[in-house]
Design a protein around this ligand. Structure first.
Ligand code: HEM
Length: 524
């Protein structure tokens, strides 16, 4: 079966045929007199398409940085893509020139075929996007709006209790945490058990989203464009050698189910008299007219569902990375525990207000975001007008991708970048001094499309890390023969990196720590 997600000889031949059609159809090819940014040599017709399906494109792009510099230009059957390999260029283009670098590309599989076009992070720069961002900003950048600190602390406590009872399921307890807080924040929905159907539905739809990105090749094939006489939407599933129509249909169904489930949750909030305060209930009631209809109803549903999608898997990867970092660097755990015991004692659990009293724990959180970045290529932006930069021409319509991976491993800022070193964030502890570039300045994106959940995510990661360190001891697992089991550091190489569990031992630091957890849960 021809899977457009993987580039092989059949796909290669198909691309050549497609490109030839393109060449024949375009009677007058525009002669390039402008100087394009540097990049790897392009093959006739297909350009760099054969290099685009590398499973870790961010690593390939980082290699290109050494050869071609901070901006790397590639072309796929005439479609331009610019990779920004350093913070400086990403900041100049995505931030300082955000007026023209803030749109998003139209991705055929995701948006045309699977029905993701409503998702905030996929919207072009438009009024609808501004409205979504305003809704999200109100509830996710302002903790007081829904008192999300209290919810984060509460659900962190539930996670600790889970670790106490079934430490071997630690990945499930971690997975539950961000989903439970967001579902309560957004819909007033209470997650009751580990494998909650709503949390699972969010995970499932995100998996479909990740899958859709494997079909990026469709965006480069000329006949796939919606303006063509045979729109790609109408390619039947029985078409020989192509798998994408089936993947598209399955994705469409999952997205539609997710949309109707989240819509129902939101509607329930506004219909029920005793429904608590949540993002959906507040926005829907504020916008309700006398006749019961709701202004901007669809945008409220969509922005609410986006919070659920944007905040769950990303935060889970950060917390899983923390556990991996401790398994590989046990000395960091001991130092953090000494800090916690000294600053807040052992009679209570940490809260978000302890951030300033726990600089080393905070340094661990910062280093987690840098050491194993979660979205190594961020989310692609789209340039809406021709631009000139460093003497190069960047054509309108260029897909612009920040290489967050390369920024996080930039030795100019982070000596020995592959090592997990929270010390680099502690003033006076390294001879180079604290790096002038924080990962928080780029791992959440840049410019007008910066992540709407940045603050919320930083808070939940801090709480989870500080609370686990305060109460548990994490160590590598052992085989029956007493040999140490190496931790699992095999991240899924998708655009949103995910990490499975390691075989390890997670035990309460003391009977007092275990009893503190039990008492805190009982008091919820
Ligand atoms: C550690 C956790 C997280 C990371 C690393 C992360 C990272 C990112 C990145 C890199 C972008 C793209 C920014 C750009 O295009 O320049 C983004 C967009 C977005 N994120 Fe997050 N995110 C996280 C958590 C969250 C949470 C908790 C929410 C909940 C509201 C959220 C909601 C969004 C939204 C709505 C967008 C789209 C913004 C737009 O397109 O205008 N994210 N995030």
């Amino acid at each position: 079966m021809w899977d457009l997600g993987h580039f092989g000889p059949k796909e290669y031949s198909a691309c050549i045929v497609a490109a030839l059609i393109l060449v024949v159809l375009s009677k007058h090819r525009v002669r390039r007199t402008v100087k394009l940014p540097p990049g790897p040599p392009r093959l006739p017709i297909i350009g760099n398409l054969h290099q685009m399906t590398a499973s870790r494109l961010w690593e390939k792009a980082t290699e290109w940085r050494d050869q071609y510099g901070d901006i790397v230009y590639v072309e796929n059957i005439g479609k331009p893509l610019l990779i920004l390999n350093s913070y400086e260029v990403a900041s100049e283009l995505l931030d300082n020139r955000s007026a023209i670098y803030s749109s998003r590309p139209n991705l055929i599989m995701a948006m045309e075929l699977q029905g993701w076009a409503w998702v905030t992070s996929m919207l072009p720069y438009c009024e609808k996007l501004r409205q979504h961002r305003a809704y999200l900003h109100r509830f996710f950048q302002t903790p007081e709006a829904l008192n999300y600190f209290e919810l984060q602390e509460r659900e962190t406590c539930v996670m600790l209790n889970g670790l106490l009872h079934s430490p071997e399921k630690y990945a499930d307890h971690v997975r539950r945490l961000p989903g439970a807080v967001i579902l309560k924040n957004v819909y007033g929905y209470e997650v009751q058990k580990l494998n909650d159907p709503m949390v699972q539905s969010g995970e499932q739809v995100l998996r479909r989203g990740g899958e859709s990105l494997q079909y990026i090749l469709l965006d480069f094939l000329p006949w796939c464009h919606p303006a063509n006489p045979i729109p790609v939407k109408h390619v039947p599933e029985w078409t020989p050698f192509v798998k994408f129509p089936k993947v598209a249909r399955e994705g469409r169904q999952t997205v539609a189910t997710f949309k109707s489930m989240t819509r129902e949750l939101a509607r329930k909030q506004v219909m029920e008299e005793n429904a608590g305060q949540s993002m959906a209930s507040i926005l829907l009631s504020e916008n309700m007219k006398d006749d019961g209809s709701i202004d901007d109803e669809q945008n409220i549903y969509d922005a609410s569902a986006m919070a659920f999608l944007g905040g769950t898997d990303t935060s889970v990867t950060a917390i899983m990375t923390f556990i991996l970092a401790i398994l590989k660097n046990p000395d960091k755990q001991s130092r953090a525990q000494v800090e916690i015991d000294g600053a807040i004692g052992t009679d209570r659990l940490p809260t978000v207000s302890d951030v300033d009293a726990l600089p080393y724990v905070q340094a661990i959180c910062t280093e987690i975001l840098r050491w194993e970045v979660i979205l190594p290529l961020g989310i692609a932006h789209n340039l809406t007008e021709n631009d000139e930069y460093m003497g190069y021409h960047i054509p309108a319509g260029t897909m612009v991708v920040p290489n967050v991976w390369s920024m996080a491993l930039d030795e100019r800022y982070y000596p020995d970048p592959l090592s997990f070193k929270p010390e680099r964030w502690m003033p006076g502890e390294t001879k180079e001094g604290v790096p002038s570039l924080m990962p928080q300045d780029y791992v959440f994106g840049l410019g007008r499309r910066i992540c709407s959940g940045k603050k919320w995510a930083e808070h939940i990661v801090f709480l989870a890390v500080a609370s686990i360190l305060a109460t548990f001891h994490i160590e590598k697992g052992k085989t029956a023969n007493g040999e140490t089991i190496p931790p699992n550091d095999n991240y899924l190489p998708s655009i949103l990196r995910a990490l499975g569990p390691s075989q390890c031992k997670i035990t309460p630091r003391s009977e007092k720590a275990a009893s503190l957890i039990r008492q805190s849960v009982a008091a919820l």
